[in-house]
Write a protein that binds this ligand. Structure first.
Ligand SMILES: [Ca+2]
Length: 146
């Protein structure tokens, strides 16, 4: 009986850990949903631009590439603080071929119309172990199109 209860407790702990990880991934996805596809002032540049020194100042998707948030952030880009110090959110942004979303390609310093799709991936780790990974596709939209 004790063995059964112990197994149930372990399963509950694993479930709670996965739920937390899924929510932390959702936080990053929500952060990145509200920003531009490319930097409005410098659309051919990949990564953070001059002056974008904190995640609060990131204003386009590729600003998040390669960044790790630990402690993690919420959807409003606020740190979740010491209670989550053993968790991290790691972000990767890849340019994908628009006619084959399974294939990554170099973003070079192309304008967004020449690299119109990217895959955003957030990996959640807890105590150094990967718990959850989520990916989604973001696409550029020509603002001059009718
Ligand atoms: Ca930027």
């Amino acid at each position: 009986m004790l063995r059964l209860l112990g197994a149930g407790t372990l399963a509950n702990n694993d479930g709670a850990e996965l739920t937390t990880a899924m929510n932390l991934a959702g936080n990053v996805r929500e952060c990145m949903t509200g920003v531009a596809y490319t930097d409005p002032a410098n659309p051919t540049h990949w990564g953070t631009e001059n002056g974008e020194t904190t995640y609060a100042s990131y204003n386009d998707i590729d600003d998040f590439d390669g960044k790790t948030f630990s402690p993690p952030i919420d959807a409003r880009r606020q740190s979740l603080g010491a209670n989550y110090s053993t968790w991290s959110q790691k972000v990767k942004v890849d340019t994908m071929k628009p006619y084959n979303l399974q294939t990554a390609t170099s973003h070079l310093n192309l304008t967004p119309d020449l690299r119109p799709t990217c895959r955003c991936t957030v990996t959640i780790t807890h105590n150094g172990h990967t718990i959850y990974t989520q990916s989604w596709i973001a696409a550029w939209c020509d603002p001059s199109a009718p």
